[in-house]
Write a protein that binds this ligand. Structure first.
Ligand SMILES: Nc1ncnc2c1ncn2[C@@H]1O[C@H](COP(=O)(O)OP(=O)(O)O)[C@@H](O)[C@H]1O
Ligand SMILES: [Mg+2]
Length: 376
C-alpha cells in the first residue's frame, strides 16, 4: 500500500522446482516482500512452525507430500491454521480447485506467473489478514474496556449506596428528632431532599442490579423452579401497594424453568413492574404471565394492555437509560430492560416484544438450551 521499501509481508514459497522458486523469489523481493523459500512440503512444515510467515505460496505437485496434504496439515495445527495459503498450479497439472478450497486454500495462481496477478492475489490475502488482526486487537481492547466498565459500575453503585445510606440516616434524624424545631420552609426542604434521595436510591439500586446481572462476582446457580410462584409473589406485592384501580393478574400455574432463580426473579420483577406501571391509567388493567410453544421451544411472556409504545423508535429499548415515556408521565430510570436482556442472555436465551400504542405490550423470552419443562 505504501511505496516505501518497508517490509510488505513475510512470504514463504514452497516449490520443488528450483526455477519456479527463483522466479517468484526475485519477483516478490523486488516488490518489497520478505521472501523465504523451501523445496519440499516437509521442509515447509518445519519452517512454518518455527517462524510462521504471513502467507504461503504452495505448489501442488511435489514428491512425498503434495500441496493438498501440506495444506491440510497446516490447517490442522493451531499455530499455523490462520496463515493464508495460495496454491500454485501449472497448466498441465491436474489441478482440482474444489479440493484446493476444501483443504483450506484461499486462492490459486496459475503458471506461467503474471507479475500483476501474483501481486494482486497476494495483496488481497495480506489485506484481509491485516484487517482481521486489527479487528482481533480491537475486540480484545473492547472486551477489556467492558470488563473495566463492569467493575467500575459495580464499585460506584456500591459506594454510592453506602453514602446514600448516611444521607438517609440524617434525613431520618432531622424528621424524627428535630421536626418541632424546624420551620415549615425547612421542613419542606427536607421533604424535597427525601424525595430526591429516594430517586437517587432507585437509580443506584437499578444500576447495581444491572452490573450484578453481568458481573463476575456472581456465579450463576442453575436450578429448576416454579416461575409461576415467583411471578405470583412479585404481583402480590403490587396488590399490597395501595392500588386505586383493581388490576387483573392472570398467571398460568406451574410453569417450571431451569436457571438462576435470583437473576430470573430480577428479570421478572422488571418486566412485571413495567407491565404494572404502563397499565396504571387503564380502567380495566390486565397483566398476564404464561408460556407457549414456538418452533419446539418454550417461550414465556409477560403481556399487558397498557399504553404500548412506538416500536419504530425503540431500537435502543434494551440499552441502559433509554426510555420512551416522560418522567412526569411514568417514572423510571430506563435501566430495567437492559438488566432483563442481560439476564436472559446469560441464560443463552432471547427476548423480543410486540407492542401497539394504546393497545398493550407483550415481552417474550426464552432460556436457551438449559431450559426444562417439568420439575425434576
Ligand atoms: N410494558 C411496557 N409498556 C409500555 N412501554 C414499556 C413497557 N416496558 C417498557 N417500556 C418502555 O421501555 C422503556 C424502558 O423500560 P425500562 O428499562 O424498564 O425503564 P423504566 O421502567 O425505568 O422506564 C420504558 O421507559 C418505556 O418507555
Ligand atoms: Mg422498568
Amino acid at each position: 500500500m505504501d511505496n516505501t521499501n518497508e517490509n510488505r509481508g513475510d512470504i514463504l514459497i514452497v516449490d520443488d522446482i528450483l526455477e519456479n522458486l527463483q522466479l517468484l523469489f526475485t519477483m516478490l523481493t523486488e516488490q518489497g516482500y520478505e521472501v523465504r523459500r523451501v523445496l519440499s512440503g516437509k521442509q515447509a512444515l518445519n519452517v512454518v512452525r518455527v517462524e510462521p510467515p504471513d502467507l504461503i505460496l504452495l505448489d501442488i505437485k511435489m514428491p512425498e507430500l503434495d500441496g493438498y496434504q501440506v495444506c491440510k496439515r497446516l490447517k490442522a495445527d493451531p499455530i499455523t491454521q490462520n496463515i493464508p495459503v495460495i496454491f500454485l498450479s501449472a497448466l498441465n497439472d491436474t489441478f482440482d480447485k474444489v479440493k484446493a478450497f476444501e483443504v483450506g486454500g484461499v486462492d490459486y495462481i496459475s503458471k506461467p506467473f503474471q507479475l500483476q496477478e501474483v501481486i494482486v492475489r497476494i495483496e488481497n490475502q495480506l489485506n484481509l489478514l491485516r484487517m482481521q488482526q486489527k479487528l482481533e486487537k480491537k475486540n480484545a481492547e473492547l472486551e477489556l474496556l467492558n470488563q473495566e466498565l463492569e467493575a467500575f459500575s459495580y464499585t460506584v453503585s456500591h459506594d454510592l449506596r453506602t453514602h446514600l445510606t448516611v444521607v438517609n440516616n440524617i434525613i431520618y434524624l432531622l424528621n424524627q428528632k428535630y421536626s418541632q424545631e424546624l420551620s415549615d420552609t425547612v421542613q419542606n426542604y427536607i421533604n424535597f431532599l427525601e424525595e430526591e434521595s429516594d430517586r437517587l436510591g432507585e437509580i443506584i439500586e437499578d444500576l447495581w442490579r444491572l452490573s450484578e446481572s453481568k458481573s463476575k462476582y456472581l456465579d450463576m446457580v442453575l436450578d429448576s423452579f416454579n416461575l409461576s410462584e415467583v411471578v405470583r409473589k412479585i404481583v402480590n406485592r403490587f396488590n399490597i401497594e395501595s392500588e386505586v384501580k383493581p388490576k387483573e393478574f392472570i398467571i398460568e400455574p406451574d410453569v417450571y424453568v431451569m436457571g438462576d432463580q435470583g437473576l430470573i426473579k430480577i428479570a421478572l420483577e422488571n418486566l412485571l413492574d413495567n407491565a404494572h406501571k404502563f397499565t396504571a391509567k387503564r380502567e380495566q388493567a390486565r397483566v398476564e404471565f404464561g408460556q407457549l410453544q414456538q418452533d419446539d421451544q418454550n417461550v414465556y411472556f409477560v403481556k399487558d394492555n397498557g399504553v404500548g409504545f412506538d416500536s419504530k423508535k425503540a431500537e435502543n429499548l434494551f440499552t441502559p437509560f433509554f426510555r420512551l415515556h416522560q418522567e412526569q408521565e411514568f417514572s423510571g430510570t430506563g435501566i430495567g430492560l437492559a438488566t432483563v436482556k442481560r439476564i436472559i442472555e446469560r441464560h443463552n436465551g432471547k427476548i423480543w416484544y410486540e407492542t401497539e400504542i394504546n393497545q398493550g405490550t407483550t415481552f417474550y423470552f426464552t432460556f436457551g438450551e438449559s431450559d426444562c419443562h417439568t420439575p425434576f
